[in-house]
Design a protein around this ligand. Structure first.
Ligand code: ZN
Ligand code: ZN
Length: 356
């Protein structure tokens, strides 16, 4: 099959021939029709992580490049001999974050917390920038039903990631302010999932004032622009006081500091973005105000099923999606890198042939 491979960090992906995936006895092979482009693809493509004062970590050049892409919708084209109850041609959304299947985290359904080296699609195995992907068990293929594939693809990362992060702040009072930072694909999806869960007081922050309309359309009660130079004191004044909960979908030194400063007594911040940098805070404040600082990485298969159910029930306000042919993948990466994407880019296979 053909796959777009990342031979050098930051260089154009190249479309090449790679071996076809094998479903094993319990798995499936899925022909990729749609694949979202996520900021974590960008991080992997660039190969660097900003660790703040600990420096910038540069990952080695990949010896065996893997096709990225983990927001996958497609059709079942191959099944292991032990698979029952699925049919060829069935359209599915793929859970890409599968773990080893044996450790305590995996056995409890939290594949995203597996301690083994990742087998996730687009990381340890070829993902949706290849023609076909394999999942090791049929449970990782969630029926698409009547959802549009363009809207459904981002649920496999953006959707389940925000569902998992929101689970960490439940239960919440639907009228109590929740501040979200960042209105990219994941931030907008968070606003929309909170809305679907009945929350009615999301205050969305973004440094770009032109994001106000999409944030409100996704369900935010209010939007506050935070251009360069916005101080914590400015924001606390604009909010009318401190808040209990901040979800940070950027997670840079600046946004994390802002999130921390906004927290009132007993407040909690959940860091979801991968922008990088570091958080330096006065320790007595953590104790004195009983604050919680925590992280959240992707989500579980149940989180995916939950957001798919919400979307099927018509509860999720749709986020903007730009559809591009898969041959425009390199251009799409540059658009995302330059902040030119509102919502999500979803790449579509052209007649099953991914060659440019
Ligand atoms: Zn992602
Ligand atoms: Zn595991």
């Amino acid at each position: 099959m053909k796959a777009w491979l990342n031979h050098d960090h930051g260089a154009a992906l190249r479309c090449e021939e790679v071996p076809d995936p094998d479903p094993g006895s319990e798995g499936l092979v899925i022909q990729v029709s749609h694949c979202g482009l996520c900021h974590s693809d960008l991080h992997r493509w660039r190969g660097i992580s900003n660790m703040g004062s600990r420096g910038v970590v540069q990952r080695p050049r990949p010896e065996n490049p893997v096709a990225m892409g983990h927001e996958i919708v497609g059709e079942i084209v191959g099944m292991g001999t032990a698979v029952t109850g699925r049919r060829l041609g069935e359209k599915v959304i793929v859970y890409p974050w599968f773990g080893c299947g044996r450790c305590r985290a995996c056995l409890s359904g939290a594949d995203n917390m597996c301690r083994e080296p990742t087998r996730s699609l687009g990381f340890g195995n070829h993902g949706g920038f290849a023609e076909r992907v394999a999942v090791p068990h049929e449970r990782y293929a969630v029926p698409l039903g009547d959802l549009s594939p363009e809207q459904a693809a981002p649920l496999a990362c953006a959707g389940l990631t925000v569902r998992c992060a929101i689970r960490k702040i439940e239960p919440f009072d639907p009228t109590e302010a929740i501040v979200t930072i960042g209105t990219g694909g994941v931030g907008l999806t968070a606003i929309s999932v909170l809305h679907a869960l009945g929350h009615r007081n999301v205050i969305a922050l973004d440094r770009d004032p032109s994001r106000a309309a999409v944030a409100v359309a996704a369900g935010a009660a209010r939007f506050i622009a935070t251009p360069e130079g916005t101080t914590s004191a400015d924001l606390i004044e604009a909010l009318g006081g401190k808040v209990d909960t901040v979800l940070d979908f950027v997670n840079s030194s600046q946004t994390a500091t802002l999130a921390f400063d906004l927290l009132g007594k007993g407040g909690q911040m959940v860091q979801v973005g991968l922008y990088g940098g570091e958080l330096s805070v006065p320790l007595p404040l953590i104790t004195g105000a009983s604050l919680t600082v925590r992280g959240s990485i992707t989500g579980t298969l149940d989180d995916l099923r939950d957001v798919v159910r919400m979307a099927r029930n018509g509860q999720l306000p749709a986020i903007p999606v730009s559809v591009l042919p898969k041959s425009a993948l390199n251009d799409a990466i540059h658009r995302l890198e330059n902040g030119q994407v509102k919502g999500r880019i979803v790449l579509v296979a052209e007649g099953g042939d991914l060659a440019a």
